[in-house]
Design a protein around this ligand. Structure first.
Ligand code: GLU
Length: 372
């Protein structure tokens, strides 16, 4: 069995915990560490790998200056601290990435952004556009607006949702531990390191234990939840030690870690969901040329569409039919029915003039399309 390697990934999401980003003694960003990290990111980008960072640290960066140093903060105190600290956090990332001529782009997401289909598609389009433009998205939870019930609360799960959203090949959780152990190695001397988890089982879940004390909210438990989300979406995940100067370089050179292998069904499961369980909200009829392009695995462009029926929103499922009425495919629409009717039959370059804003080139992107 061959383990995943960073060198072969197209798109990587790296999650970085507060303890790595923030120096507790100074309550400031650990700039030397961040500089090493930026160098690793630049090396990946130079090879053509898209890198998306999920960085914690906003709350930890502001606690001291706001005199919120008690162990447990109320939700509104955390939100206030995040509002202050996020500016510092983004500034630190922007500075270290700029040293490598990379542009940092800040995205603050809530649970709803990753669960509501329309918002999910929106966030995904923004992220893929940013990586396409060569930027490094730096994501955190939008702590200041998320209420208790709709909060991730930890960036492990958020990072896994992001990896799922952008169809990353690999999610790397940089942590204060070099992977999963059969028990808590701090308390149990017989605890063994597990280098690879082929599939998520309840036995693996039970190794999660309780969250640690202190500023971080994650712990092993949320990392295993993240592993379920990521591997279930066909993305490999690693838990690796972050407290080294070049964590990604070290990982690539064989530093110990735990790899969670992707579920081979992961990608097909999403396609199955698109193909099967969604009730189509509209019907799209395409011309012969577009029908041929679809069978060759291409996206559906507005130019090849002859009619759009039904009332649908962006993100809704559509049925795609050929000129003779045969059902060819199902997919998620990138436009609402009102917009679709205006752009069908037109070149994608005309979309901006037709709608007044520049949307996606495809009416249904091939990642969101399943042939039937
Ligand atoms: N979003 C929080 C912050 O930036 C951290 C959440 C976590 O610890 O994972 O401070």
């Amino acid at each position: 069995m061959s383990l995943p390697s960073l060198a072969e990934a197209r798109r990587i999401v790296v999650k970085i915990g507060s303890a790595l980003v923030v120096d507790p003694a100074k309550a400031a960003p650990r700039m030397a560490w961040l500089e090493g990290m930026a160098e690793d990111i630049a090396a990946l980008r130079a090879r053509g790998t898209d890198v998306i960072v999920v960085s914690s640290g906003a709350i930890a960066l502001a606690r001291r200056s706001l005199k919120l140093t008690q162990k447990k903060l109320r939700l509104e105190e955390k939100q206030a601290a995040a509002a202050v600290g996020q500016i510092r956090l983004a500034q630190a990332w922007s500075e270290v990435l700029a040293q490598h001529h990379l542009t940092a782009a800040q995205l603050l997401l809530t649970l709803e952004d990753t669960e509501d289909r329309r918002r999910y598609l929106n966030a995904r389009a923004t992220l893929t556009t940013l990586t396409g433009l060569g930027c490094i998205p730096v994501i955190n939870e939008n702590d200041s607006v998320a209420t208790a019930e709709i909060r991730f609360g930890d960036n492990d799960r958020l990072a896994a949702r992001v990896a799922e959203m952008v169809q990353a090949d690999q999610l790397i959780l940089l942590s204060d531990i070099d992977g999963l152990y059969t028990g808590d190695p701090k308390r149990d001397p017989t605890a063994r390191h597990i280098p690879v988890v082929e599939s998520m089982t309840t036995e693996i879940d039970s190794m999660g234990g309780e969250p640690p004390p202190g500023y971080s909210s994650g712990g092993m438990r949320t990392k295993l939840v993240a592993a379920r989300i990521a591997t279930g979406a066909g993305c490999a995940m690693a838990i690796a030690l972050g407290h080294v100067e070049h964590p990604l370089r070290s990982l690539e050179r064989g530093a110990p870690c735990t790899w969670f292998l992707p579920n081979p069904e992961g990608r097909t499961a999403r396609k199955r969901w698109i193909g099967g369980s969604l009730q189509p909200a509209g019907i799209i009829v395409v011309d012969a040329g577009a029908a041929r392009a679809l069978t060759r695995g291409k996206s559906l462009l507005p130019a090849g569409v002859t009619s759009a029926e039904g009332s649908f929103e962006r993100g809704d499922a559509l049925e795609v039919r050929g000129p003779d009425g045969t059902v060819l495919a199902r997919g998620l629409s990138a436009y609402s029915s009102v917009e679709a009717v205006r752009i069908i039959g037109h070149q994608s370059s005309e979309i901006e003039a037709l709608l007044g804003w520049r949307g996606r080139d495809e009416l249904i992107h091939r990642d969101d399309l399943v042939l039937v």
